[in-house]
Ligand binder design. Structure first.
Ligand SMILES: NC(=O)c1ccc[n+]([C@@H]2O[C@H](COP(=O)([O-])OP(=O)(O)OC[C@H]3O[C@@H](n4cnc5c(N)ncnc54)[C@H](O)[C@@H]3O)[C@@H](O)[C@H]2O)c1
Length: 441
């Protein structure tokens, strides 16, 4: 069992400290607020949270949990610090890190004196880059040595919700550790041996962003439901019934479908139907800013792709995949059609390979769309991948139509893969360490 200092006896710190103690670890809570320290030491939680009163009081009585303001003593008595102090918004909306920085510095100074193996784990919510570019130098400077196998800095974002925090601690979606060394990851995961949940280890930047992505997604869901509800009211439909049925579709709606970042959406339905909803809302003077932002967001993503291509400086371009997704020849509102249109407008020499698109078989609105947007498509389409390879100095892979050929193996020029190159930083390091199905309770 570990000896842990938990910095910050607020919502996250208090619940984490009490649960760690219940799981057999020896825990020292650290706070700058004397009243909170005194309450914890009297067995009273300084926050109101279901099930926490008894839990905390039992752990204090059992001698596994107490609180202090003495950072040096806390570091001397423990092997790992979990930092859970607040990270509020600054006046400009940026994340304020002064509290976390102060704690990291004071832990570092205490550690310099103690000179022993130690790990500092950030549980507070911080944007990627803060741990790596701000906290790491602060900690290393204070301690007077660089991070290494027995001196670590990593993160462990928290997913609890106030009002069900204790339950969420034991039944999280997963335990997530961001660590650049296996030793750090193992030390943090050991804290959660009794938590039955999947355990994931990623690099620190990915872990930090997962927390923000989750919160942004939750906020997005609430606003989406409210905007659909407002539309329902205006249109004389039942908003609750609409969203109940939307949520019953576990195949496409409440599922991982459409949640893999890549390239822009298009096709004959999504843009058209979004336009119809937004036009109706406008006519009703109904401000649905979220729904109104979706097509501009998609357009911005397309512009980022164009910039990526322009920045290569290459003019002879081979595009793989023209229809809006692999397996169809529907070109209506395909973002690739707009991409090619723009590249041609820039004077690029573009050729296209798409095994699904045969000009002689295009009919109706599909044909009319392409006549309007790429009237010279016949001169651009290439029937065989090899011909594209001999034409291009840059290949742009757009859809899964590209998966059928080994472009990387056969092409020596540059390749941009729009399915990943707009959304991936460095090579991600995400691992499922162990998988346990959370028990029902
Ligand atoms: N509240 C939540 O539901 C929740 C959930 C997940 C993640 N988070 C994140 O966890 C972090 C903490 O949130 P919270 O709601 O528990 O904060 P909080 O404001 O409730 O508690 C922060 C505590 O830190 C203490 N503190 C401040 N400076 C300190 C210092 N130098 N040394 C020791 N203690 C110090 C404060 O006195 C306070 O008790 C934030 O980054 C937050 O975004 C919060």
């Amino acid at each position: 069992m570990a000896r842990v200092a938990v910095f910050g006896m607020g919502y996250v710190g208090c619940v984490t400290a009490a649960c760690l103690a219940q799981d057999g670890h020896w825990v020292l809570g650290v706070d700058i607020d004397a009243a909170k320290i005194s309450e914890v030491n009297s067995g009273i939680p300084p926050i109101s949270e279901p099930h926490l009163d008894e839990l905390l009081s039992d752990q204090v009585k059992a001698g596994r949990l107490r609180a202090t303001a003495d950072v040096a003593a806390a570091v001397a008595e423990t092997e790992l610090a979990l930092i859970a102090v607040g990270t509020p918004s600054g006046d400009d909306g940026s994340v304020s890190i002064s509290g976390v920085e102060r704690v990291v510095r004071s832990v570092g100074e205490a550690l310099k004196a103690a000179s022993k193996p130690y790990r500092v784990v950030i549980r507070s919510t911080l944007l990627p880059g803060i741990l790596e570019d701000r906290l790491r130098p602060t900690l290393e400077k204070a301690v007077g040595r660089s991070l290494g196998p027995d001196f670590g800095l990593c993160n462990n974002p928290e997913f609890l919700r106030e009002s069900s925090a204790v339950k969420d601690y034991y039944q999280p979606p997963y335990v997530l550790v961001g660590a650049d060394s296996p030793e750090d990851a193992a030390a943090v995961l050991e804290l959660y041996n009794k938590v039955q949940a999947e355990k994931h280890v990623t690099d620190t930047r990915t872990a930090a962003l997962v927390k923000y992505a989750c919160n942004a997604f939750h906020a997005l869901k609430v606003s989406f439901a409210n905007e659909i509800g407002s539309l329902a009211k205006a249109l004389g439909a039942d908003g609750h019934a609409v969203m109940d049925l939307v949520c019953k579709d576990r195949k496409l709606n409440v599922s991982a479908a459409y949640l893999r970042p890549g390239f822009a959406f298009g096709g004959s339905c999504l843009p058209k139907d979004l336009r119809a909803l937004n036009r109706y809302a406008e006519q009703q003077a109904l401000r649905l800013s979220l729904l109104a932002s979706i097509l501009p967001s998609n357009e911005s993503h397309l512009k980022r792709a164009l910039k990526l291509i322009r920045d290569t400086g290459r003019r002879r371009i081979g595009v793989v995949g023209l229809s809006f997704k692999a397996g169809t020849d529907d070109l209506r509102e395909s973002p690739m059609v707009e991409l090619v249109e723009t590249l041609i407008g820039w004077g690029c020499d573009v050729k296209i390979f798409d095994p699904n698109v045969m000009l002689t078989r295009l009919r109706g609105r599909n044909l009319a769309y392409i006549d309007q947007h790429l009237p010279h498509l016949a001169n651009l389409l290439i029937p065989k991948p090899m011909l594209l390879l001999s034409h291009a100095e840059l290949l742009v892979l757009c859809t899964d139509a590209a998966s059928e050929y080994d472009w990387q193996g056969q092409f020596s020029g540059s390749i941009i893969d729009l399915r990943k190159d707009l959304v991936q930083g460095k090579t991600p390091k995400a691992t499922l360490v162990s998988s346990a199905i959370p028990s029902e309770s």
